[in-house]
Design a protein around this ligand. Structure first.
Ligand SMILES: [Ca+2]
Ligand SMILES: [Ca+2]
Length: 337
């Protein structure tokens, strides 16, 4: 049994003031779990005048904390000030549901949305970064050959943070793994798989939502670590505060000084920075070991979604070797501890 109460001030809506509380309980096995949502009745508009009853409450539900309420995630409308939601996903420890409520009066006036509340606490993060291999200087963006060739998997390749997209996002470059690190101990406080869009924004698995949710980590000051399955992992030099508030953008693409470590950033064109390609075996170095993996895959004529395919075209060729060689010649290493 879990209990979670929104202790914040709620919000001043167009007309209303709503505070959402959340309670969850039910059988651990057998039947699906339920969540009880409740909120204060709206009795006054924002001018302090009595609100004409009845007032409806529209409830929205999604699996990511930064979801935007719309018809796709509409759950129910009620005249009551509580709602019991029974859903098998509530019993799934790897998935969490989040809710927002909006009040609507008989004239159709709508409040703003409530704060988001859900099964677990969350942090919101917004990050931008480019990968060297798919970067296209002419378009100031990344190419998306994996998606175009149908090679991009629905499931994230990072075992540390399994998750999957419901449908193949056409505009995605690849999956990345983003971590929040404690600046004192370098311990991983949170890590999650996200997609990367062609403009460099990390997105939720829908390929559109650029506000990223981390669940199960406390608000705090953290460094960002960005991993990609065959690029060199990078870390932010700075430590930033993260909480439930709308996030500011942390941008690995605009300034090499954003990166921890000299030479950690790859200059893609003047003033544009990204992650170096070439770390096939993900040991934080671009070395002869990576070459050996490339050579073996090239000899075997392997194809598909492979770490050895550095340029994302589905084949292991000298084009991949050239990317490895550029980084190896420069002695590129990761500064991620
Ligand atoms: Ca390596
Ligand atoms: Ca290739």
């Amino acid at each position: 049994m879990k209990e979670r109460i929104n202790t914040g001030p709620g919000y001043a809506g167009l007309l209303f003031f709503v505070v959402l509380t959340f309670w969850m309980g039910g059988a651990r096995s057998g039947s699906a779990q339920s969540a009880l949502l409740s909120w204060h009745a709206v009795t006054e508009d924002t001018s302090g005048h009595a609100e004409v009853q009845p007032v409806y409450y529209n409830i929205y539900c999604d699996t990511v904390p930064a979801f935007r309420p719309d018809s796709a995630n509409f759950l129910a409308a009620t005249l009551q000030t509580s709602w019991t939601h029974t859903d098998p996903r509530l019993a799934d420890p790897n998935r969490h549901l989040f809710y927002q409520v909006r009040a609507v009066d008989i004239w159709g006036n709508q409040s703003a949305f409530s704060d988001t509340i859900g099964e677990v606490g969350y942090l919101l993060v917004k990050v931008r970064a480019f990968l060297q291999a798919p970067y296209d200087a002419e378009g100031d963006s990344m190419r998306t050959p994996l998606a175009r060739l149908g090679l991009l998997p629905l499931a994230s390749p990072y075992a540390a943070a399994p998750r999957a997209a419901a449908a193949a996002p056409g505009g995605a470059v690849d999956w990345v793994l983003l971590q929040l690190r404690d600046p004192t101990t370098a311990n991983i406080v949170g890590e999650e798989s996200f997609l990367l869009d062609r403009e460099g924004f990390l997105t939720e698995p829908d390929g559109r939502n650029r506000v990223l949710g981390f669940t199960g980590c406390p608000p705090g000051d953290y460094q960002l670590v960005l991993n990609h399955r065959n690029h060199v992992a990078v870390m932010s030099r700075g430590t930033f505060p993260f909480n439930e508030a709308p996030p500011v953008l942390h941008d690995f693409s605009a300034d090499s000084a954003f990166y921890e470590g000299s030479g950690a950033a790859c200059e893609l064109e003047t003033g544009v920075w990204g992650l170096w390609s070439g770390d096939i075996n993900q040991d934080h170095q671009v070395s002869g070991l990576d070459f050996a993996y490339w050579q073996s895959a090239a000899r075997d004529g392997r194809r598909g979604y492979l770490a050895e395919d550095l340029n994302f075209d589905g084949h292991i060729t000298t084009a991949d070797y050239v990317l490895w060689h550029r980084a190896h010649r420069r002695g590129v290493n990761s500064y991620v501890p």
